[in-house]
Design a protein around this ligand. Structure first.
Ligand code: C5P
Length: 288
C-alpha cells in the first residue's frame, strides 16, 4: 500500500503585520495562494512502529526537527495509531525561503496519513491539528487562495486568484522567520492594502490585484539581504506586472499574465541567481 501526496508551495500576495501579541506572535492579515512548485511525498506502511523519513535534500534533518516527523507523530498520538510509516520526501521547494516548504510537507503528511491509515478526518480537522506544528500549516492543509488572520492560522477561503505565470527566484541566502520577527520594528512598517487585494481577487481583476500586492516584512529582510531588492528591481525592469518578496523571504516572485513576459523575466534573472522557476498558479489541488 502506497499513498502519494503533492505538497505545493505558497506565495504571499499580501502580508500585513498589525501588532505584536501577548503570546509573542504577531497578528497578521495575509492573502496566500498555492503555486505549482511542489514537493512529493510517498507514504508506505512499515512492519514496525516507527517513523522513518528519507529525503533527497541534504538540507533537511530526518528526525524530530523535521516538520514531516512532527506531523506524523502528532497524528499517531491524536488517533492512537501504533503502526509505523516510511515517508519519502522529494524536495523541489527551496528550503528556508518564505514559501512554507516545511509547513506544506507537514500538511501533506497529515493528508497522506489520514488516507493511509483510513482515519476519516476532515480537512478542517487536519487543519486544526496543523496549528500545533506551525502558523502556516493549517493554510497548507487546505491550500488554494485564502485570507489568513490571527497568527496566520485563522482562514477564510477566497475565490481562486486570477491565473497567471509566477517566476520564483530564491537567492543564495537563508532567512530565519524567527529572527526577522524578533528584530521587527512594528511601528515603522509599511502596511499594504489587504482589503483592496481581497476585492481584486473577488472581482477576478488581474490588473487591480497586481497593483495591490504588498508585504510588510520586505523592508526588514531587504535591509539584512539587499539582494532581495536587487532581484525585485530586475524583475520589474524585465517587464513583470508585479514583483514581491514572499513571507519573511528571501524568495522573490514576479507575476506575469503572458508566458513570453515570464520568460523574459526568467532569462533576465537567471544569470544573476541559480534557483529560478517559472510555474503556474494552482487551484484545487486538495479536494474540499
Ligand atoms: O509558527 P511558526 O513556528 O512557523 O513561526 C516561526 C516564528 O515566527 C515564531 O516563533 C515567531 O517568532 C514568528 N511568528 C510571529 N508571528 C506570526 C508567525 C510567526 O511572530 N504570526
Amino acid at each position: 500500500m502506497e499513498i502519494i501526496e503533492k505538497a505545493p508551495a505558497k506565495i504571499n500576495l499580501g502580508l500585513d503585520i498589525l501588532h505584536k501579541r501577548e503570546d509573542g506572535y504577531h497578528e497578521v492579515n495575509m492573502v496566500m495562494a498555492s503555486i505549482d512548485l511542489a514537493d512529493k511525498l510517498i507514504f508506505r506502511e512499515l512492519p514496525q512502529d516507527d517513523i522513518i523519513i528519507e529525503t533527497d535534500s541534504s538540507f533537511l534533518p530526518v528526525d524530530r526537527r523535521n516538520h514531516v516527523y512532527q506531523a506524523a507523530s502528532l497524528l499517531k498520538e491524536h488517533c492512537r495509531i501504533d503502526k509505523g510509516v516510511h515517508i519519502e520526501v522529494t524536495k523541489r521547494i527551496p528550503v528556508a525561503a518564505g514559501m512554507a516548504g516545511g509547513s506544506t510537507d507537514a500538511a501533506a503528511t497529515l493528508r497522506g496519513l489520514n488516507r493511509l491509515w483510513e482515519l476519516g478526518l476532515s480537512l478542517e480537522e487536519l487543519a486544526e491539528l496543523g496549528k500545533e506544528i506551525g502558523s502556516d500549516t493549517p493554510y497548507c492543509v487546505l491550500g488554494n487562495t485564502s485570507l489568513a488572520t490571527g497568527r496566520g492560522d485563522e482562514l477564510s477561503a477566497l475565490p481562486a486568484m486570477p491565473a497567471c505565470w509566477v517566476v520564483v527566484v530564491k537567492p543564495r541566502v537563508s532567512v530565519s522567520t524567527w529572527t526577522i520577527f524578533t528584530d521587527l520594528a512594528v511601528d515603522t512598517l509599511h502596511h499594504p492594502d489587504i482589503e483592496a487585494l481581497e476585492e481584486a481577487i473577488r472581482l477576478g481583476d488581474y490588473q487591480k490585484m497586481v497593483a495591490s500586492v504588498g508585504n510588510s516584512l520586505e523592508t526588514a529582510t531587504t535591509a539584512k539581504h539587499p539582494i532581495v531588492g536587487q532581484i525585485k528591481e530586475k524583475m520589474l525592469k524585465f517587464g513583470a506586472d508585479a514583483a514581491l518578496m514572499s513571507g519573511s523571504g528571501p524568495t522573490v516572485y514576479a507575476l506575469c499574465d503572458k508566458y513570453s513576459r515570464a520568460q523574459r523575466v526568467y532569462n533576465g534573472v537567471k544569470g544573476f541567481c541559480e534557483e529560478v522557476y517559472i510555474v503556474r498558479t494552482l487551484e484545487g489541488q486538495v479536494d474540499h
